[in-house]
Design a protein around this ligand. Structure first.
Ligand SMILES: [Ca+2]
Ligand SMILES: [Ca+2]
Ligand SMILES: [Ca+2]
Length: 267
């Protein structure tokens, strides 16, 4: 199992290196090598989906490391083993909390897509300055962007159509965001599994996301647009409670009522 793990990590690194020289390569080490329920089939799917991910990846948000011979090193300053997550990637090279925790870099956008200062108390969307993606801001106003809304899987912009059951629950969110030109854009869609993982802040929990830029995020499951390749009744989601994939390391039944945060890409 361990040998297979390393091989997969190498492949992920190779894919990322081709995609961008700014890769935060240690993202792949978020997989727990001691997790006996870890699903190698899932890693293969991740490879396939992320091969078409032509942009830099975010780092993990983890800024501390283990400390020899025991405990944690909260500043990542004197670890014996220098090959820890906190020494690698954007969190090490661009550690600036003024634009999002450590290596994360976000810009708040108003409803028309204009950039706002970091101090702005209200905003509609968040631009990820590392990945280039723009994310829908959730609300608590009972509207289509309300944080409490849930959906079954498979509406507009879901991937792999025609393979199994596709529900249309989130169509009102996709169509509504496009028709209102949320933040100036009309190409909103449900994120791929790789894009959604890029939002996970592995340095915190409940929710595992940068809450300074992503308020109104429930510590719960969020669908990706990515179906399971091995089961027509399932699809991939992330638990933003602790940042793991699905409930059990596998994938979720498409009739689960989960949340959705839309994304858009391009210029
Ligand atoms: Ca790192
Ligand atoms: Ca930052
Ligand atoms: Ca609400």
């Amino acid at each position: 199992m361990r040998d297979t793990m390393w091989r997969c990590e190498f492949l992920l690194l190779a894919v990322g290196a081709l995609a961008s020289p700014v890769l935060a390569a240690d993202k792949v080490f978020s997989v727990d090598a001691n997790d006996t329920e870890f699903d190698m089939t899932g890693v293969r799917h991740l490879l396939l989906l992320d091969t078409a991910y032509p942009r830099p990846l975010n780092d993990t948000g983890i800024t501390w490391g283990g400390n020899f011979p025991s405990g944690n090193n909260t500043t990542c300053a004197s670890n014996i083993n220098a090959s820890q997550d906190c020494h690698q990637g954007m969190d090490a090279t661009h550690n600036d909390n003024s634009d999002g925790h450590a290596g994360f870099s976000f810009t708040k956008l108003d409803a028309n897509g204009n950039s706002l200062p970091a101090s702005s108390a209200t905003w509609s969307c968040m631009r990820d300055n590392v990945t280039g993606l723009v994310w829908e801001g959730k609300t608590d106003d009972g509207g289509i962007h309300d944080k409490d809304n849930t959906y079954k899987w498979g509406g507009k912009t879901a991937l792999g159509t025609g393979y199994g059951t596709y529900y249309s629950d989130w169509d009102a969110l996709v169509d509504g965001s496009n028709s209102q030109r949320l933040c100036g854009f009309s190409d909103w869609r449900v994120p791929t599994r790789g894009e959604l993982q890029g939002l996970v802040h592995y340095g915190r929990t409940n929710p595992a996301i940068d809450t300074g830029y992503f308020p109104n995020t429930l510590a719960s499951g969020f669908w990706s647009a990515s179906p399971s390749a091995s089961s027509s009744g399932n699809a991939w989601y992330f638990r933003f409670s602790i940042g793991t994939v699905n409930d059990d390391g596998y994938y979720g039944d498409r009739d689960y009522a989960l949340h959705v945060r839309l994304v858009r890409s391009g210029q």
